[in-house]
Design a protein around this ligand. Structure first.
Ligand code: HEC
Length: 250
C-alpha cells in the first residue's frame, strides 16, 4: 500500500470522496452552487495540506511532473492534453447552450383604459369619472361594508382574504390575481380605471395585454354599477391605499 503514501493520491482520494459525500450523501440533494462552494473550500484545504512542508509538496508534484515530462507517460500525457480541454470545452458549452424555454409573455399590466365603455347597454365615460358614492361621506361606512360582502362572495377566492392575491385558486393562474396590497396595483390607479377592469375583466383587455389569458372575470352582468363602486371602496379601505386622482385640469 505504499502508493497511498503519495500526497497526490491522498489529495485525489479526499477530493473525490468529498464530492461523493456532498453529491450523494445529502438528502434532499444540495444545489450545485452549494456543492461547488464546498468543493472549492475542500480544494483550498487540500492545497494547504499538501504544501505544509517541502517533502509533502515534492511528493504531491512528483506524479504531475512525471506525467508532463517522462517519456514513459507519453500516452497518459496525450490523453490529459487532449481530454482536459475537451472536458472544459464541453462544460463551457453546456453552460452557454440555449435551453428550451417557454417564450416570455410580455403584456402591458396596466394598459390605457378606453375613454368610454358600454355598461349594460349604456355609455359610460371612464375618462374623468369619479366614484359617485364618495359624494356622501355619511354613507361611507355602509358602502364599504356592502363592498366587503361583495368581495367575500365574489373576489376572495382569487384575490385572497388579505387582498394580497393569494386566494385558494390563485396558484393555478398565470398571470396571477392582482395583489391589492402591492403599491404597484390599485394605489397607482384611478377608481374609474378599476371600474373598467372589474366590469370588463380579462376579456375586456385591449391588444397590448395579449396573450389573453387573464382569468379576471367580467362582472358587468353580475354586479350592478353601485355594487362595483362599493367593492372598489372596500378595496381601498381594506388595504389603506388611496386611489389616484385625475389631474386638476379635468
Ligand atoms: C377567477 C379569479 C378571479 C376572480 C374571481 C376575481 N379576479 Fe380580479 N383579477 C384576476 C386576475 C388573474 C387578475 C390579473 C390579470 C388582469 O389584470 O386581468 C385580476 C385583476 C384584477 C384587477 C386589476 C388590478 C390591476 O392592478 O390592474 C382588479 C381591479 C380586480 N381584479 C378586481 C376584482 C374584483 C373586485 C373581483 C370580485 C368582484 C375580482 N377581481 C374577482 C382574477 C380574478
Amino acid at each position: 500500500m505504499s502508493f497511498l503514501r503519495s500526497r497526490f493520491l491522498q489529495a485525489v482520494v479526499v477530493f473525490v470522496g468529498a464530492f461523493v459525500v456532498l453529491r450523494f450523501g445529502i438528502r434532499p440533494p444540495a444545489p450545485w452552487s452549494v456543492i461547488t462552494l464546498y468543493m472549492a473550500i475542500v480544494a483550498m484545504a487540500l492545497l494547504i495540506f499538501v504544501s505544509s512542508d517541502r517533502d509533502s509538496w515534492a511528493s504531491f508534484v512528483r506524479p504531475i511532473w512525471a506525467t508532463l515530462t517522462e517519456p514513459r507517460y507519453r500516452i497518459v500525457r496525450a490523453v490529459v492534453v487532449v481530454g482536459l480541454p475537451l472536458l472544459l470545452g464541453y462544460y463551457a458549452y453546456t453552460q452557454a447552450a440555449a435551453r428550451p424555454q417557454a417564450p416570455p409573455e410580455l403584456r402591458a399590466v396596466h394598459p390605457a383604459p378606453p375613454d368610454s365603455i358600454q355598461f349594460r347597454g349604456k355609455d359610460f365615460n371612464i375618462s374623468g369619472a369619479e366614484n359617485p358614492l364618495r359624494k356622501d361621506p355619511d354613507a361611507f361606512a355602509r358602502h364599504v361594508a356592502a363592498g366587503g360582502a361583495i368581495y367575500v362572495r365574489n373576489c376572495m377566492f382569487c384575490h385572497g382574504d388579505n387582498l394580497d392575491g393569494q386566494g385558494h385558486f390563485a396558484h393555478g393562474f398565470n398571470p396571477p390575481p392582482a395583489n391589492f396590497q402591492d403599491p404597484g396595483t390599485i394605489a397607482m390607479l384611478q377608481e374609474a380605471y378599476l371600474f373598467w377592469r372589474i366590469a370588463k375583466g380579462g376579456p375586456g383587455l385591449p391588444k397590448e395585454s395579449t396573450p389573453w389569458n387573464s382569468v379576471m372575470p367580467a362582472w358587468e352582468d353580475r354586479l350592478t354599477e353601485e355594487q362595483i363602486w362599493q367593492v372598489i371602496m372596500y378595496l381601498y379601505a381594506a388595504t389603506g391605499q388611496q386611489p389616484r386622482r385625475w389631474e386638476a385640469t379635468h
